[in-house]
Design a protein around this ligand. Structure first.
Ligand SMILES: [Zn+2]
Length: 337
């Protein structure tokens, strides 16, 4: 397959905005997915009642628009939560404490430019499909493993949102509701509670409490035990830490293989903090996942790769602006929404 080259018209820029649970990042991005200048990061402003301050965020975005006035064709908003891509309405963002919040229209009224908005995992998948590892790939999943575990799907050349816009929550498939922890989603024993950063830290703590994991204990010192301590201890050869990591890889591989068995994917792009916790993490996953794939064809062809960008959602917010205006195209089927 020849390497697809994104079609571009030089000189046009988008303001990309990624609003997470604690930080808001903004950057000017060009038609090649390159950040022009620096990524600005600020804390998300919150109101006394606990909700994120949408007016203050809008003012922050307007200030960036004015600062970068030249050649800007639009503003892309990546948001942690569920977003209606047509209206910019946020039906639910647990981290920002928004319920049916019209953030997209607030920003577009203020900046007088085209504004697009979508959930962060969708933006990240879009960035990987336009400028990243999944360029030219017709069927893939974006998976992000950090504080949580989730992702987004790109099926038959298109981003796939599902009936309510909740597709891609494979981290919230149940692994063990009997012995599992409560999950942030309200269910018990989701895969996320076992394989995310907090889940790995809990498993390490259990090992230490049982009298094993000397290296884990030494690395954590007097501070709270974190997932990186388990990865470091495993790299040092600590048997208990290695057992924890092997179990995490096994559960994640089972979960991702199930996705491939159902959807017949070509590729899974893995990102998030845990994907970088050990340089071999993604390779371990790529090997282990094959134990749970049904077909020889999937075992032969499935690629599991590390994310291209450290800020894929931010870069994807710009891709969304360009794609909606027809300035860039996905190279598989032509213009894809
Ligand atoms: Zn859950």
């Amino acid at each position: 397959m020849p390497e697809p080259i994104p079609s571009t018209k030089p000189g046009k820029l988008a303001l990309a905005v990624d609003i997470g649970g604690t930080k808001v990042a903004t950057a000017l991005v060009d038609l090649n997915g390159q950040v022009i200048g620096e990524i600005q990061t600020n804390p998300v402003p919150f109101l006394p009642d606990g909700r994120a301050d949408g007016q203050a965020l809008t003012a922050l975005i307007l200030a960036e628009v004015k600062r970068y006035d030249r050649q800007m064709v639009g503003v892309g908003l990546s948001l942690c939560g569920n977003v209606d891509e047509d209206t910019g309405l946020v039906p639910l963002s647990p981290n920002l404490h928004w319920r049916y919040y019209p953030f997209g229209s607030m920003v577009s009224d203020a900046v007088n430019l085209p504004v697009s908005a979508a959930t962060d995992v969708r933006m990240a998948a879009l960035a990987e499909s336009i400028w990243g590892a999944a360029r030219g790939v017709r069927f893939f999943a974006w998976a992000t493993i950090g504080t949580g575990y989730g992702g987004y799907l790109f099926l038959d050349g298109k981003l796939y949102r599902g009936f309510h816009g909740y597709a891609g929550n494979f981290g919230h498939n149940t692994w063990d509701e009997l012995t599992g922890e409560m999950c942030g989603c309200g269910k018990k024993g989701c895969v996320e509670t076992f394989v995310s950063g907090p889940g790995i830290a809990r498993a390490g703590q259990r090992a230490v409490d049982a009298g094993a994991g000397d290296n884990i204990r030494q690395l954590a010192g007097n501070g709270p035990l974190q997932s990186r301590h388990i990865f470091q201890a495993a790299a040092q050869g600590d048997p208990a830490a290695r057992q924890v990591i092997e179990e995490v890889i096994r559960l994640t591989a089972i979960n991702l293989a199930s996705l491939v068995n159902i959807l017949d994917l070509q590729m899974i792009v893995v990102g998030g903090g845990i994907a970088h916790a050990d340089p071999n993490y993604v390779d371990w996953l790529a090997v282990r996942v094959r134990d749970f794939l049904m077909t020889d064809e999937a075992k032969r062809d499935l690629q599991i790769v590390k994310e291209t960008f450290l800020n894929a959602a931010l870069i994807g917010a710009a891709a969304d602006v360009f794609q909606r205006q027809g300035l860039i195209q996905n190279q598989i089927l032509g213009a894809v929404r």
